[in-house]
Ligand binder design. Structure first.
Ligand code: PLP
Length: 379
């Protein structure tokens, strides 16, 4: 039995006729770049996220980048985020000529620790307030693995210090915090529809959600070369439009997303039941007020690398999210360590192992994963 880490084919097979019909419609109307299929999806996704506005863009990375640009983040600004994320969160900051700054995560949820955020801002208020040093301007909490960050605490701290909040919701389509959807709590929410995400396109795509009309308008202009009218350019923008085919595919898949997210939660509960007897394994923690959508189901063990290899030899394929925290990546090695207290992020990067997780995963597969983990740990 081979158990892949992801099974995009199984999902495609389950919705093939709908997908083909939707793509055929785009082909027939030749609305390939932006256009009506993208606009329809934007309306549907805004509603899904409980937001007034949604702007489709080319990727999650562009969603983050254009949002920062639209908020006026640039040279001389700091943007505070966490190191245990996909590098795009920090890259978007760097591509605005701003400086990413990292604060540590909570050891249970793996999301930004609000106390560490507040501590950092207090230190900056005391010692860092000079016109020569960058100023904190925005915070990007990451809803890592499909669980929202502690948004009430983060929003409270952000408002106290006059900072913007951009939710990196690239792994959290449909997740909720105290009943509020991911992407609806900060100034903006950024989503990726990379094929492997809970809501994945058949190519690259992303979106920004917001309740602020002014921000929505700025992003709409920025993603289309800064133009308000064809060939009349108000500011320097970029080509960051979503493809028509991706809009049509995403509209079809969005209808299935609630059921797929429910299935992921059921698979997570099943793993929890199966694995709870194994003492040396730390299972994912879902906060009471979070509706976790398990983009990733990650366990922790000090024998992570050996277990990964053992399972791969048994045709069970796992992932590591992420092996190197962003502040330790070669790409960021010139930053100088501004904030040395990132021990939790560094520790979990050595211990986290992502097990196979997708709505189509079968009971049999999950039982086999458990048996092989048990076998390894009892050697
Ligand atoms: C996937 C992802 C991104 C980037 O999205 P792309 O669509 O691949 O550009 C950003 N942040 C996080 C946390 C992600 O998981």
């Amino acid at each position: 039995m081979k158990i892949p880490f992801l099974d995009l084919k199984a999902q495609y097979d389950s919705i093939k006729p709908e997908i083909h019909a939707a793509i055929q419609q785009v082909m027939d109307s030749c609305a390939f770049a932006g256009g009506p299929f993208v606009r329809t999806f934007e309306k549907q996704f805004a509603t899904f996220c409980g937001c007034d506005h949604c702007m489709g863009v080319g990727s999650g990375t562009e969603a983050l980048w254009l949002t920062l640009l639209a908020l006026g983040v640039g040279l001389g600004d700091e943007v505070i985020t966490v190191p245990n994320t996909f590098i795009a969160t920090a890259e978007a900051v760097s591509f605005c000529s701003a400086t990413p700054v990292f604060v540590d995560i909570d050891e249970k949820t793996y999301t930004m620790d609000p106390q560490k955020l507040e501590d950092y801002l207090q230190i900056r208020l005391k010692f860092g307030a000079s016109h020569l040093t960058p100023r904190p301007k925005a915070i990007i909490p990451v809803h890592i693995f499909g669980q929202t960050a502690d948004m009430d605490s983060i929003m409270f701290i952000a408002r106290k210090h006059g900072l913007y909040v951009i939710e990196d919701a690239c792994q959290a389509h449909g997740a909720e915090y105290k009943g509020r959807p991911a992407g609806s709590m900060g100034d903006a929410g950024c989503f990726s529809f990379y094929p492997g995400k809970n809501l994945g396109a058949y190519g690259e795509a992303g979106a920004v959600t917001t309740n602020t009309a002014d921000l929505a308008e700025k992003i709409t202009i920025l993603r289309d070369h800064g133009q308000t009218k064809k060939y009349y350019h108000e500011r320097i923008g970029w080509n960051a439009r979503m493809d028509g085919i991706q809009g049509a595919v995403l509209s079809v898949k969005l209808k299935h997303l609630p059921a797929w997210n429910r299935a992921r939660r059921e698979k997570a509960m099943m793993y929890n039941d199966l694995l709870s007897g194994i003492d040396s394994l730390i299972l994912p923690y879902a906060a009471d007020d979070a509706n976790h959508v398990y983009h990733v189901y990650a366990v922790r063990t000090q024998q992570r690398d050996a277990l990964l290899k053992y399972l791969a030899d048994e045709n069970i394929y796992c992932g590591i999210h992420y092996p190197v925290p962003v502040h330790l990546q070669t790409a960021y090695s010139n930053m100088g360590v501004k904030n040395n207290n990132l021990k939790v992020s560094e520790r979990v990067a050595r211990e986290l192992l992502s097990l196979p997780m997708y709505p189509e995963l079968t009971d049999k597969q999950q039982i086999r994963v458990k048996e092989k983990i048990q076998e390894f740990l009892s050697i």
